[in-house]
Design a protein around this ligand. Sequence first.
Ligand code: PXG
Length: 443
Amino acid sequence: MDRDTPAGANNLDAYWMPFSANQAFKADPRFLASARGMHYTTADGRQVLDAIAGLWCVNAGHCREPIVAAIRRQAGELDYATSFQVAHPIAFEMAARLAALAPGDLNRVFFSNSGSEAVDTALKIALAYHRLRGEGSRTRLIGRERGYHGVGFGGISVGGIVNNRKMFGTLLAGVDHLPATHSLEHNAFSRGQPAWGAHLADDLERIVALHDASTIAAVIVEPMAGSAGVLVPPKGYLERLRAICDRHGILLIFDEVITGFGRLGAAFAAERFGVLPDLMTTAKGITSGTVPMGATFVRQHLYDTFMAGAPTGGIELFHGYTYSGHPLACAAGLATLDLYHDEGLFERAAMLEPHWQDAVHGLKGRPHVIDIRNLGLTAGIEMAARPGAPGARGAEVFRRCFDGGVLVRFTGDTIALSPSLIIEKPQIDRIVEMLAGAIQATA
Ligand code: PXG
């Protein structure tokens, strides 16, 4: 047994780890044992600065006392109750709080347990909405290349990450993809939103011309693509998508699983960009990562259409999860929203953005760095692939940083950063210093 292996993990065989190189991990495991604030403690007692907020989710920082207390309290009071035909008050409280936080009239909220489920929920609502309005021919869904919408069949169908799709057959029928917005040629080293690329939204007109608007239900995009390596929308791009959707009666879905809850210095990306989608999917930061929860926000007229469309006394939407609106998730969510508000964390992210931007762009000129992108408290640092070994540089930089005490994320040869919104400036500087050294040392 490895000297770092903690009690309880002396047999690594049974656990099939998600999105991981299982064999490599099990040959050389890395264990995180506890966490507080901006740091993890490893099983062998080392402090690791968390530069990715868990996995883009622990926006309020780790093990925050008010959230921990709320979960404890709720677990002792009402552990579980179904939300099918009965209900518990805290789910209504959580939904009302979310509705008040959301932009425009995105004021109806459907709960699930993850981003993947929030996405499936949104796609299903979009399809059913058109059908209820007598436009049942609108069945086509439009995603985007390099988009990530979780791992359900709906999400991988509209998603555009090849490795997440190619093993799993034909997926949903009737899906088209817009082109990705990232361009090294035009936009490398842009600070914030790049200037070039709004016209890429016009590809939606091509798809409409090909299939006719009467066959298209919805377009789903991440306002800022996270998983693919922080791909920031070009100036004017989202506005143009919105206009084209309006012109053709197509619903626009923003997948805000990463961008929601302060990541971009506003409650939601929709607010930051001033573009209102028809549906919005969220998860992750909704409970600061503490208890699984997803939420799909819909504009009121969509909800009203469902209410008007059902027979009196009948179920309006045949969809839901055993754990929709789980009491523990709602308790965690309410405490999280309080913390975001009381500590002004969304404003804090906005306030830190200039320092963050300057710091990460300081990596320009390091060996193999071919692009640096940033928005809010996110950054993508892209390195050229090593010839014949794509992803190797990313993996090596990740490993060097981890061994040096900083947890980053890599996707291919891009390093992604997304720290908790409580981060301090010296911690930002430490992350960048660690990366500089790791990139320098990785030939
Ligand atoms: N939509 C978006 C935009 C996401 O980023 C999901 C949906 C799915 O959420 P769940 O809760 O089902 O995982 C996500 C998830 C990464 C990484 O390394 C990102 C995610 C998940 C795993 C890894 O960037 N985002």
